[in-house]
Design a protein around this ligand. Structure first.
Ligand code: ADP
Length: 182
């Protein structure tokens, strides 16, 4: 059973929903950099204050900042984990490889959740989070194409990538993902 997992895919593909479910049913640490950053913003910490405007524009916060967050959570954690929303660009992926090397751990599976852009846009508009207005969503989709999509080739080259069609009900998608975990 694979228990060191990474979820990849555009905003709106449902990474958070599936990650949360799977983490709960398999007792994995769910590490969502988006959620962790929003918690920092909410608590108005210096880190949150730094991240808030960047997130509102739909851009990526600095690699150093998210890396510090991830390192803090993974160090000292023994069991499995599920990374959601991180890494988001090639430098983050390379830094993660380095961090995991230090910790003597490795990624066992990368799940790519695939969904077409018009459906993504619809889902995000319906969600209505602070950074979910149409202009910002379009920008986040561009940022995904430019900065995050190159990770597909990175993990394909490592033989870790499996794709999942991310349309249908939450249960249908969960069932597709669970067949990849054996
Ligand atoms: P979504 O997948 O819907 O875009 P997330 O919750 O994953 O939502 O991310 C929301 C915002 O948080 C991003 O647009 C970005 O500003 C910031 N963020 C989250 N994860 C990262 C990361 N790994 N690197 C840089 N910025 C991040």
């Amino acid at each position: 059973m694979k228990q060191r997992l990474l979820f990849l895919g555009p905003p709106g593909a449902g990474k958070g929903t599936q990650a949360q479910r799977l983490a709960a049913s398999h007792h994995l640490l769910h590490l969502s950099t988006g959620d962790l950053l929003r918690a920092e913003v909410q608590a108005a910490t210096p880190l949150g204050q730094e991240a808030e405007a960047v997130m509102a524009r739909g851009e990526l916060v600095t690699d150093a900042l998210v890396l510090a967050i991830v390192r803090h959570r993974l160090e000292g954690h023994q069991g499995g984990w599920l990374l959601d929303g991180f890494p988001r660009n090639l430098p983050q992926a390379i830094a993660l490889d380095g961090l995991l090397g230090e910790l003597g751990q490795s990624i066992e599976l990368v799940v790519l959740m695939e969904l077409e852009a018009p459906v993504l846009l619809q889902r995000l508009l319906a969600r209505g989070r602070a950074d979910d207005n149409e202009a910002v969503i379009r920008h986040r989709l561009d940022v995904y194409q430019e900065q995050t999509a190159p990770l597909i080739a990175h993990y394909q080259a490592q033989g870790l990538l499996q794709s999942v069609e991310a349309s249908g009900t939450v249960e249908e998608i969960a069932a597709r993902i669970s067949t990849l975990l054996e």
